[in-house]
Write a protein that binds this ligand. Structure first.
Ligand code: B12
Ligand code: SF4
Length: 512
């Protein structure tokens, strides 16, 4: 048998009780092609619990080791999307090899695609890394292991491995043909009915090339999933999982023509799009189906948006800004909750850039409506090997925590006279212009039950005991019933930890 695992992310603030879509896509593809091969999907958070401290993590490791010894998989595939999962991934790999050194371990996802060398130099527990989309390669790996053969072969495109101190790579394969995408097979999940949120990708890839984004490393062009597959997948999701909240997982969502279908299925759709892609005139027609609309706005400064490669020129910028205002007004008028994502302290930013964003947001927030809005502004991260890294090192006065690929690499000084304290001041001022209405609160609580709560608040006495898997409150139960109990204590927690909620991301990192 084969196991595919989604490890936890140490960043709890954005935790979503959703099935692990990347590995569900891959395993469904393997299963449809090889129904004879046994496969299971584990979401560590959902199936074992979310560890809140070292003790919780150790308990989970013990339980997982026992299961592993029972299941005896020939191979384990592990997904690593976010950087905040990376260290957990390494720990799981080491643990698996400790239980049985013969289990073949392979990784995939954004992080290993970009940082395969760094992973190989940190652990010898990883046998192989798949670069880019994982369907075709995983099928071949699993088939070879099933036949008792070594999957480390030149015949599989887009894989990397290390032998005798040297890293080997095969040529990158073609993009996965989405016409071959398998219907999501929910039976591969351990507990399909425990998930509250249904993530789904209607398309993959994006060609905009914003230089803080990792999309171009995996899929630099947008391709759509054929509509017949979408229809069948969504109907199946509604039948098998008793949840109605859809979380769109496209890099760039544009499939607004599908809203009649989504309405007919009784779904609430939460999506993120670009400020210059979403047409404000369609908003009133889709309002009844919308949960939250998120926009990757990033900044109101032309100079910053140019450095991000978010806009091409001045006229693009003007359209970008005008469209953002129009979307915001329409969403407010139609009572749709909005989340506006922003990055502050981008390499090259001066205080003038931050001021421009603040003034813009002050004006925008005047159009507030009962749907509510949140300005989620975060500090800037300079991830090695990406274009933003090149930009940061090319500018003489930029200072960032150069703490390697496993670190957060926060920009501390984006230009000569702008320090980190000033950036945080602006972030707080912008965040405070959010309009937390009842509607946005409950929409957010549904999708991200721990949104902006500091990690330590998750062990607070105000949280009822049934929300934990153990007596020491060191493992949180993130299954549907437990989260619905937890949600009732959120108002108390929000009041108590108010100050920390607008603080830096590290307050939301689990102390593991
Ligand atoms: C939906 C989403 C979210 C949701 C998560 C919901 C959920 N739990 O499902 C929310 C909104 C909460 C979110 C939050 C964040 N996200 Co996000 N998110 C996405 C998004 C749009 C979709 C992920 C997805 O499901 N894709 C669909 C599947 C099919 O594609 P896939 O993951 O690429 O999988 C393929 C390959 O990667 C590979 N593969 C994947 N796993 C494996 C495993 C094996 C074994 C193999 C062989 C192959 C393989 O094969 C798959 C199939 O072809 C991606 C961008 C994107 N389009 O993927 C960003 C993305 C993953 N997010 C990103 C970021 C930065 C964040 C945040 C840190 C943002 C922030 N500043 O707060 C947070 C962190 C959250 C956390 N707790 O860690 C970055 C990750 C960069 C990084 N390495 O850190 C991405 C890549 C966006 C980007 N382009 O930069 N995110
Ligand atoms: S538009 Fe979004 S998905 Fe596309 S490159 Fe920019 S940030 Fe990435």
């Amino acid at each position: 048998m084969f196991l595919f695992i989604e490890p936890i992310s140490k960043n709890t603030g954005m935790y979503v009780p959703a099935y692990p879509l990347p590995i569900l896509e891959i395993t469904s593809f393997i299963k449809i092609n090889r129904p004879d091969i046994e496969i299971k999907v584990i979401s560590v958070a959902m199936d074992y619990g979310l560890p809140l401290n070292k003790d919780g993590k150790e308990q989970i490791s013990r339980e997982f080791s026992k299961d592993l010894a029972k299941l005896k998989p020939k191979g384990v595939g592990i997904s690593c999307t976010a950087i905040s999962q990376a260290e957990e991934v390494i720990d799981i790999c080491n643990l698996i090899k400790k239980v049985d050194p013969d289990i073949f371990i392979f990784l995939g996802g954004y992080f290993p695609t970009i940082y395969y060398e760094e992973i190989f130099s940190k652990t010898t527990a990883v046998d192989l890394i798949v670069l880019g989309e994982g369907e075709e390669a995983s099928l071949k790996i699993v088939e070879l292991l099933h036949m008792g053969k070594n999957p480390i072969t030149e015949d599989i495109p887009g894989i990397a491995w290390k032998k005798n101190g040297q890293t080997y790579l095969t040529r990158r394969g073609k993009r996965f043909d989405l016409a071959k995408k398998a219907l999501l097979n929910l039976d591969l999940l351990m507990q399909p009915r425990k998930y509250d949120i249904l993530p789904y990708a209607f398309s993959r890839g994006c060609s905009y090339g914003c230089n803080f984004c990792m999309e171009e490393f995996i899929r630099p062009h947008r391709r759509k999933v054929p509509s017949e597959i979408i229809h069948n997948d969504l109907k199946n999701l509604m039948d098998k999982i008793n949840a109605h909240t859809l979380l769109v997982s496209d890099a760039l969502f544009k499939s607004f023509d599908l809203f009649p279908l989504l309405r007919s299925l009784g779904m609430k759709v939460n999506f993120e799009s670009r400020c210059d892609v979403l047409d404000p005139s369609i908003i009133s027609g889709i309002a009844d189906v919308c949960g939250i609309i998120a926009l990757g706005f990033e900044s109101a400064s032309y100079s910053t948006l140019r450095r991000m490669n978010k806009v091409k020129n001045k006229s693009h910028y003007e359209k970008y800004i005008a469209n953002t205002i129009a979307i915001f007004k329409e969403a407010a008028r139609n009572e749709i909750p909005m989340v506006i994502f922003m990055i502050s302290g981008y390499p090259g930013d001066t205080e003038k850039d931050l001021k421009e964003s603040l003034v813009f947001i002050q004006n925008l927030s005047k159009y507030k409506g009962p749907g509510g809005h949140i300005f989620k502004v975060g500090e800037c991260h300079v991830y090695p090997k990406t274009k933003i890294y090149e930009l940061a090192v090319s500018l003489p006065d930029v200072v960032f925590d150069d703490d390697g690929v496993f670190g957060q690499n926060i920009v501390r000084q984006p230009s000569k006279n702008l320090d980190f304290g000033t950036i945080l001041d602006y972030n707080t001022k912008i965040f405070k212009l959010s309009n937390y209405t009842q509607k946005i609160n409950s929409a957010l609580l549904n999708i991200m039950p721990f949104f902006r709560l500091p990690a330590r608040s998750l062990r607070d006495d105000a949280i009822p005991d049934p929300c934990f898997k153990d007596n020491n409150r060191s493992i949180f139960n993130v299954q549907g019933e437990s989260l619905s109990i937890f949600r009732k204590s959120v108002p108390v927690l929000t009041e108590k930890y108010k100050k920390l909620m607008s603080d830096q991301r590290n307050t939301r990192i689990l102390p593991l």
